[in-house]
Design a protein around this ligand. Sequence first.
Ligand code: C2O
Ligand code: CU
Ligand code: CU
Length: 529
Amino acid sequence: MGMNRRDLLKYTATLSLASSCSLLLKACGGGGGGSNDDPESTLPIPEIVRSDSANAVTLRLQKGQYPFLDGKPADTFGVNGALLGPAIFLKKGDRLNVRVENGLDEDSVLHWHGLLVDGQYDGGPQSAIGAGGSTTINTVVDQPAATLWYHAHPHGRTGYQTAKGIGGMLIVEDEASQGLGLPSTWGEDDLPIVLQDKYLNDDGQIVYKLNHNTAGLGWFGQHMFVNGVKQPEHYAPRGWVRLRLLNACNARALKLKLGDGSPFYVIASDGGLLPSPVSMTELVMVPAERFEILVDGSAGQAIDLVMARYDEQYGANAAPFDVDYKLLTIHPTRPAKNSMMPPVLTQLPEVVVPAGIRHRRIEFKLMGHFPIDPDPSGPLPEIWPFDFAWNDEDSVFDDHTLMHINQIAVDDEPMASFDLQQASFEVPRHSTERWTLSLRHGDIYPHPFHVHGTQFRVLSINGGAVPAHLQGWKDTVNIQGALNVRSEPGTVDILVRFDHEAAMPHPYMVHCHILEHEDGGMMLGFAVK
Ligand code: C2O
Ligand code: CU
Ligand code: CU
């Protein structure tokens, strides 16, 4: 049909040298070879659109076709294109000024994950717009530079629409971060990295079915994509390269490292820069988390970003992800730029719990009868009893059943499933609260907790210290029992503050970011007034 992947994506191609090189290789039947399923492809770079008071951005949710597997176009959803969407750049102090048009055949809404805006602009499930409808959002951006994202959020359909391709990056810039000398040339040494797995059938179509496994464990795929392509290559300037990593998987946690095991430096978490770079050799990212990392390309040698086997989530270590799996190769061979990694990045307020603040407990519970843990006191099995084949079974849950299989409770209220018409509690505007997030006793599955309308700080994880890379601003944090202590449910304590208003009918959400859990009711609304 004459369109290639790049046209369909509506991504701007990265610079000529890199793309032509790699296209040439592709045309010649691939060079390099190795363990790739596909010949090399170039890392697609989403187009930048700037939203400010003068320029309204139009984002159209639309149906499309996109070949995840060569020659096999899949039916997809995208934003202004066939898959995923542009990177929206916002400047602190300016405005998010967008018109969202719903070109799908069903209700949808875009949520600005991590952006601190009033409930009415937040894009929660109560703000869903019907097929063919549109909405306009115009509100001030007031938070530090950060890598945020947007995705679909209609209740009961978030997992499906995100799997089909509705999502993209939302980047807040500010002068302080721009003055640091960090790599910041978009698509050259400043790279958006959207990581998503997909379950595809032999025809290359996305199969999204809900049954006990997918609803309980989440929707996993046997294919991993980086900005929509498999194992791409990128030619970068010699020197530091900045990766803005986003785990945009529906359910899969990712353990990332470099191919040779060398260190990289985490410079930012969900809500912005860390005080100083944190040297790490392995980084776990749960769904919806973002980290910005710097990798050292000063030697000019190829750097692989690799997904390591991850044994702490059912299903995550099924083949081909039972061994190291290459996600992306960076060739830092182009002329160097003057970027650096400063030892000090920003200053964060000290984390002190003010005396007498409200302490809330939020507890998650995975319902249903999932045959996932035959002996909760025994050691973790080597390979989880898991197989991708279940995805081909028919859906056994209709939307109504699905929406009531997971529950959440606040303080001593009874466990309940999400209710669109209700705010389960109310937080006074401009107040700080301490929240204890935990799993119901016996639930050993990880639940990535997310809250709208704030960036919080983590006080403790399972009663212990918080690793340095989790000490900055966060909007998503994993709750998981300590390994090998499976009888102890996971607990995370956070300090949260709400400065925007979110009154009914547009409350904020608290939910698990395993999208099938969220769609299944592991979510609640709360008001800020
Ligand atoms: Cu990223 Cu309520 O979600
Ligand atoms: Cu959110
Ligand atoms: Cu969950």
